[in-house]
Design a protein around this ligand. Structure first.
Ligand code: TYM
Length: 328
C-alpha cells in the first residue's frame, strides 16, 4: 500500500487526438509523477459528452485516449488508469456537490463562457455543471496535487471552494488541493495565437501522433504575422519559439534566436526545423502507440483493474460523505 504517499489526480477528455498542449500541459508531467506519488489518471468521458457527442466515434476515442496514456509512458503498475464513467461515485458525489455550489460560482467560469460561445446550439446543463463533476473527480481520491494546464486552474480553485463549503456545512473532511504546474503553460493555437491550442479547432493543433509530413504542413500554415507592440515578439512567433524550446535542441534554439535578434530569420526555416524536432521527439511514442493499439485485450484488462482499484477508494469516500450529510 502507498499509505504515506501524496495523491495525484488528473483527467483528460477523449475528444479526438491529443495535441501538444495536452502533452506539455498534462501528459508529460503524469509520466514523471507516477514514480513519486499515488496517482489516479482517468479518461473524462462524462465531461466529453457535454460537447457535441457522436456515439459511433466515442468508444474509439475513449480507447484511443487510454492507448495514448500508455504510449507516452504511463505504467499501470505504477499508477491507476481508469474511465470516469466506470465509477458511478463520480456522478453521485457531483450531485451532492451541486447542492452546495452557488450558481454564481459556475457563472464566472471562463471555460463555460468560452465553450457556450462555441457550441451555441448545445448549451446544456452539463456544460454549466462541468466544474462540479471535476471537483468530485478530484476530491473522491483526496488529491493533494492536480497536474493540469493553465486553462484548468479556475476549476481547481472552484474545487477548493466546494471543499470548504462542504467542510463548513458538514464538518472538516476534505483538504485543500493544489494545481501542479511545472511552468504556467499555455500552448497557443497555430492559426490564432491569441487562443489556446484546442481540440475543438483541429487546424490549430499539432497532434502527438501526427505523421512528420502533416506536422510540417500544419506548421507551414502557422501564423507569424500578428501585430505586437514595438520591441515585443509577435505572439505567433513567440509560440513557435516556445515549441522549439520545449522540443528542440539548445543549439537550434540559439541559432534561431540569434537570427531573430539580427532580423535575418526566415520563418519557413524556423518552421521546418521545429517540425523536424517535434517529429523526432514523438517518434518512439508513435511506435509505442501502434504496438499498444494492436493489443486491445491488455488495454481492457488494465481498465478493469484500474476501475476496481479506483472504485474502492471512491466508494469509501462516498460512504463517508453520505454519512456526514445524513443520508442513510
Ligand atoms: P482537457 O481534456 O481539455 O485537457 C487535458 C489536459 O491538457 C491541458 N491542456 C493544455 N495545456 C496547455 N496548453 C494548452 N493549449 C492545453 N490544452 C489542454 C489541460 O489543462 C488538461 O490538463 N476538465 C479537464 C479534464 C478533467 C480533469 C478532471 C482534469 C476532468 N476532470 C479532474 C483534472 C482533474 C479538461 O477538459 O481537460
Amino acid at each position: 500500500m502507498h499509505m504515506n504517499k501524496e495523491v495525484i489526480v488528473s483527467g483528460i477528455q477523449p475528444t479526438g487526438d491529443m495535441h501538444l498542449g495536452n502533452y506539455l500541459g498534462a501528459l508529460k508531467d503524469f509520466v514523471d509523477l507516477q514514480n513519486k506519488f499515488e496517482c489516479y489518471f482517468f479518461i473524462a468521458d462524462l465531461h466529453s459528452i457535454t460537447g457535441d457527442n457522436d456515439p459511433q466515434e466515442k468508444p474509439k476515442q475513449i480507447i484511443d485516449a487510454v492507448e495514448t496514456l500508455l504510449a507516452v509512458g504511463l505504467d499501470p503498475k505504477k499508477c491507476t488508469i481508469f474511465i470516469q464513467s466506470h465509477i458511478p461515485a463520480h456522478t453521485e458525489l457531483a450531485w451532492i456537490f451541486n447542492t452546495i455550489t452557488p450558481m454564481g460560482e459556475l457563472e464566472r467560469m471562463t471555460q463555460y463562457k468560452d465553450k457556450s460561445g462555441k457550441q451555441k446550439n448545445n448549451i446544456n446543463v452539463g456544460l454549466f455543471d462541468y466544474p462540479v463533476l471535476q471537483a468530485a473527480d478530484i476530491l473522491l481520491y483526496h488529491a493533494n496535487f492536480v497536474p493540469v494546464g493553465a486553462d484548468q486552474v479556475q476549476h481547481l480553485e472552484l474545487t477548493n471552494v466546494i471543499a470548504r463549503k462542504f467542510n463548513n456545512k458538514y464538518g472538516e473532511y476534505f483538504h485543500e488541493i493544489k494545481p501542479y504546474i511545472q511552468k504556467p503553460l499555455r500552448i497557443m493555437s497555430l492559426t490564432n495565437p491569441e487562443r489556446k491550442m484546442s481540440k475543438s479547432e483541429p487546424a490549430s493543433t499539432i497532434n502527438i501522433f501526427d505523421e512528420p509530413e502533416i506536422i510540417k504542413k500544419k506548421l507551414a500554415k502557422a501564423v507569424t504575422a500578428t501585430d505586437a507592440p514595438q520591441g515585443q515578439m509577435p505572439k505567433g512567433v513567440a509560440n513557435l519559439f516556445s515549441l522549439l524550446e520545449m522540443f528542440g535542441s539548445m543549439n537550434t534554439l540559439h541559432k534561431f534566436k540569434k537570427e531573430y535578434d539580427h532580423g535575418t530569420i526566415k520563418y519557413s526555416e524556423l518552421k521546418n526545423a521545429i517540425a523536424e524536432e517535434i517529429a523526432n521527439y514523438f517518434a518512439e511514442i508513435r511506435q509505442a502507440k501502434s504496438k499498444i493499439s494492436g493489443n486491445k485485450k491488455d488495454t481492457y484488462l488494465i481498465l478493469e483493474q484500474g476501475a476496481a482499484k479506483a472504485g474502492n477508494v471512491a466508494s469509501r469516500t462516498l460512504r463517508a460523505v453520505k454519512e456526514k450529510i445524513g443520508l442513510i
